[in-house]
Write a protein that binds this ligand. Structure first.
Ligand SMILES: [Mg+2]
Length: 412
């Protein structure tokens, strides 16, 4: 990796001046990757004070190697200067793509590890470093899938509408609620026998009718205290998305997520402003500047960043601060292991206008075993009071699920 030359500006201090108990240096940066339903990329930063911090970056090609290649930019630096080191990494990797993309994701994992170190050195939980908390417990929404009824059907008679039936969604929703969640999300961009051309981004009326049947069945089957969102994964044209969103207006849809491709903010705004159905986007954008257009143009009703992807804990808080100026609440997209999920819960606790944090690993039964102690209980996360992120990886579980070729961290 080619960094900007060291003689160029590197965000201020050559060497920070701190009292002896906070005059510490980064001595090592290690990574390892666990294969869950996504790749969970862990980074551990070691210091000469004997304190280590562990972070996690969102999955992505080259993220782990990017973290490793940034090690020379961190060695000898004081890990307590979180913002300065974050800016330092962003600036030094600007030619590599630190405006948006996997370089930002790599820096996000490092930034979380720095918060873990700082919390341990200051003997306070990470949320306290973010200005304190608005809530003790963070509401979690569970990503869920339907369609398992297919096995009971005659293979000759089967159609996508049979597999992804409203009944299968209702049954899955009731299962998730029975597991303690009062907030959930389903994919609504399901296969359909009515599609004429999958590439043209056009929703035909029978496809819309099918989606409305699913959404209405789920929302009407659940109690009013349960919230249900639906994801469209950037699939449709503005016209199609608007027709669907308007037909969903009579139903109690919590939000409709990513109806149109993510690049064009003005098109996103057009859809959002054309319907009373709540529209959400933001998971494919990076840093506060990347989310800024959606917020300033009121192109979303709820902003939906992914903390360990978009820049880390402080950057997500900056996105939330900007959104608050425009009266836009925050939900947090998340597909991480328990480590970054809990780190995101610290951020969520520090945001006043926060709605819910995603849990996306219902199908991975060892997800909670990756860390010591409970994570999600009764659909929420009790924000840890231990120093730092306040959660410890179970290294035996990490070893069991590490990808081939990965190595465990050294002892803390
Ligand atoms: Mg999504």
């Amino acid at each position: 990796m080619y960094y900007r030359d060291r003689s160029e500006n590197t965000m201020g201090l050559e060497r920070s001046r701190s009292p002896p108990n906070r005059d510490i240096e980064i001595t090592d940066v290690q990574t390892t990757v666990v294969g869950g339903n996504y790749e969970w990329i862990f980074v551990r930063i070691y210091t000469d004070a004997g304190v280590t911090g562990t972070g996690e970056a969102y999955w992505g090609h080259g993220v782990e190697s990017a973290i490793r290649e940034m090690e020379p930019l961190l060695l000898g630096e004081n890990p307590l200067d979180i913002d300065r080191l974050y800016s330092h990494l962003i600036e030094r990797t600007s030619g590599q793509g630190s405006i948006a993309g996997t370089i930002v994701t790599a820096i996000s994992g490092i930034e979380i590890a720095l918060h873990d170190i700082a919390g341990k050195v200051h003997d306070m939980p990470a949320y306290q470093l973010l200005g304190g908390k608005y809530r003790d417990d963070v509401r979690v929404y569970c990503d869920a899938h339907a369609g398992e009824h297919a096995s009971s059907l005659d293979a000759n008679e089967i159609s996508p509408e049979d597999i992804y039936s409203p009944e299968s969604y209702v049954d899955a929703a009731k299962d998730v609620v029975a597991e303690g969640f009062d907030a959930l999300k389903f994919d609504l961009d399901v296969p359909s026998s009515h599609v004429k051309d999958r590439a043209n981004r056009y929703l035909r009326h029978p496809e819309i009718d099918n989606m409305v049947d699913i959404a209405s069945a789920v929302t009407e089957a659940l109690d009013d205290d349960v919230d249900v969102a639906f994801d469209l994964h950037w699939t449709w044209s503005a016209d199609s998305a608007t027709r669907l969103a308007k037909q969903l207006e009579p139903y109690d849809v919590w939000w409709l997520e990513d109806p149109v491709p993510p690049e064009n903010v003005s098109i996103q705004r057009e859809v959002t402003r054309s319907t009373s159905t709540t529209i959400v986007s933001g998971e494919n954008r990076y840093r506060s500047d990347g989310e800024r257009g959606l917020i300033e143009q009121k192109a979303v009703d709820i902003i939906h960043p992914d903390m360990p992807k978009t820049g880390g804990m402080r950057e997500t808080q900056k996105i939330a601060d900007l959104a608050d100026m425009y009266s836009i609440p925050v939900a947090l997209h998340n597909v991480s292991s328990p480590l970054a999920t809990v780190a995101a819960a610290h951020v969520a606790a520090s945001i006043p206008h926060f709605l819910a944090l995603e849990y996306h690993s219902r199908d991975v039964d060892w997800w909670p075993d990756l860390v010591e102690g409970p994570v999600i209980e009764d659909g929420s996360i009790a924000v840890p009071e231990k120093p730092g992120i306040g959660i410890t990886l179970d290294m035996d579980e990490v070893a069991d699920h590490m990808l081939d070729g990965e190595t465990l961290f050294d002892e803390e």
